[in-house]
Unconditional design. Structure first.
Length: 153
């Protein structure tokens, strides 16, 4: 079954490090990711590959407990503006990638891609394809909130 792919992005005046700090402040992600709540780090470590986090996600009236594991941890550095990759381990499987890019004008571009594997076979795939525009709208709202937090600490 093909994954549902949702890609959103935003440009901001915030520095890559400021964005990284907000992205990896696990327990406070609900400040910009309004469809999620009850974040809890479930691994002994809080940073790096292998961090695991659990959260409750609610979209379109459907709530599920999502567990993620970080599989790419590239914080901002001179040669690399940043890449955070996660694997979804809950009811909906898949992965998410957030990449930071420094633009020529000094702004930062944040690109977020989710590749979600529908549960429940063809029925789940049909439902998720119908919900894909809602996912995109939700993720765009999330990035607008994140941008506001990053630009106005």
């Amino acid at each position: 079954m093909r994954p549902i792919v949702v890609t959103v992005g935003t440009d901001t005046s915030a520095a890559p490090q400021r964005l990284w700090d907000l992205l990896t402040d696990w327990e406070n992600q609900g400040e910009w990711m309004r469809e999620a709540a009850d974040f809890a780090v479930t691994s002994p470590q809080r940073c790096g590959v292998g961090v695991t986090v659990a959260t409750t996600v609610r979209i379109a009236g459907i709530a599920t407990r999502d567990r993620i594991r970080v599989d790419i941890w590239q914080p901002p550095a001179e040669a690399n503006p940043g890449h955070l990759g996660i694997v979804h381990l809950g009811w909906i499987k898949g992965r998410g990638d957030i990449r930071l890019t420094t633009l020529p004008d000094g702004r930062t571009r944040l690109a977020w891609t989710e590749r979600l594997q529908p549960p429940l076979g063809p029925v789940g795939a049909t439902g998720m394809r119908l919900l894909a525009p809602l996912f995109a709208r939700t993720f765009r709202r999330d990035l607008a909130l994140l941008r506001t937090l990053a630009e106005h600490p």
